[in-house]
Write a protein that binds this ligand. Structure first.
Ligand code: MF3
Ligand code: CO
Ligand code: CO
Length: 291
């Protein structure tokens, strides 16, 4: 695969509140309660709405002929226009405001001069920091006319994400999520990436809650009302193994070069199920095609 040119880092106006790593590239970590206060949850609802709006608009611009850098410019400006900081920017030194992962790129693709081609699939991962909290969501989009096998990969991946979301129940172990996702992927003979997982989030982009997208009984943390985390399965047309490419320490691809897709939502565990903070208005059953 080809690596394009990465344009210089973009700036964010002074009046926009920034996480501390924005200036340094160094991510401080502190102990953050897993169960959020009602006040933090309210702010996270807003961050979730902002992130999902930006993702929807960015997805609408996907077409053959644009570069992934064009998408970055759009996401950067749209985020700032909403008074938010684009969380990826300078996170552990990440140079851009969105992740753009094409075809066999599993995640964390860096926007560059690469031109999207008819038949590509591209995941856009948008995270917005506003009101002191992060909202994190992603989706995979078609570039022009996409072959049926890839279309099915994207469909099954979105289904996996929503089966994972529907498995969120207070009092249940978090391993229920990976169990539901893996079961659906297996049924379609697809692979579940193991190296990248969902995560707790709130005032920090990534906190200690780990959300495996495959079944592992040792993921025994019990879900409690007020917990917030992401569910973001990466599903492949081949195996689960990944490798890192380039020297950027970011871009992860499938080891076998097969295509991969991803969807992500930020969720809140409620007293009786789940609220999807990045899909406002969603109800149970969550999956849009089952309503
Ligand atoms: N949004 C990604 C996630 O879902 C994280 C991107 S980290 C970055 O966890 F630095 F690459 F932006
Ligand atoms: Co995430
Ligand atoms: Co994300």
């Amino acid at each position: 695969m080809l690596q394009g040119e990465i344009s210089p880092m973009r700036s964010v106006p002074d009046q926009i509140a920034k996480p501390s790593y924005a200036l340094t590239g160094i991510v401080e970590r502190w102990v953050e309660p897993r169960v959020k206060t009602p006040e933090i949850i309210e702010r996270m609802r807003h961050a979730g709405v902002v992130a999902s709006e930006i993702l929807t608009l960015a997805g609408e611009m996907v077409r053959p002929g644009i570069t992934t850098d064009d998408i970055d410019v759009f996401v950067h400006e749209a985020t700032i226009a909403r008074g938010a900081y684009p969380s990826p920017l300078n996170y552990h030194g990440y140079p851009k405001s969105v992740c753009t992962s094409v075809n066999e790129v599993i995640c964390h693709g860096i926007p560059d001069s690469r031109v999207l081609q008819d038949g590509d699939i591209v995941n856009l991962d948008v995270t917005a920091y506003i009101g002191g909290v992060h909202g994190d969501t992603n989706a995979t989009f078609f570039v022009g006319d996409v072959d049926p096998v890839s279309r099915n990969l994207v469909k099954v991946t979105e289904e996996c994400t929503w089966y994972g979301i529907e498995a969120v129940q207070p009092g249940r172990p978090i391993s229920d999520i990976g169990k539901a996702i893996e079961q659906h992927a297996k049924k379609h003979k697809m692979g579940v990436v193991r190296a990248f997982i969902g995560h707790g989030l709130g005032e920090q982009f990534h906190t200690d809650i780990q959300v495996l997208h495959y079944y592992d009984e040792s993921a025994s943390m019990i879900m409690r009302p007020g917990m917030t985390f992401t569910i973001e399965p990466m599903i492949t047309l081949g195996g689960w193994q990944h490798r890192m490419v380039f020297d950027d320490d970011w871009t992860a691809v499938t080891a076998d070069g097969k295509r991969t897709a991803q969807f992500e939502h930020t969720v809140l565990v409620t007293d009786d199920g789940v609220e999807v903070l990045t899909a406002p208005g969603s109800v149970t059953p969550c999956a849009p095609w089952r309503r």
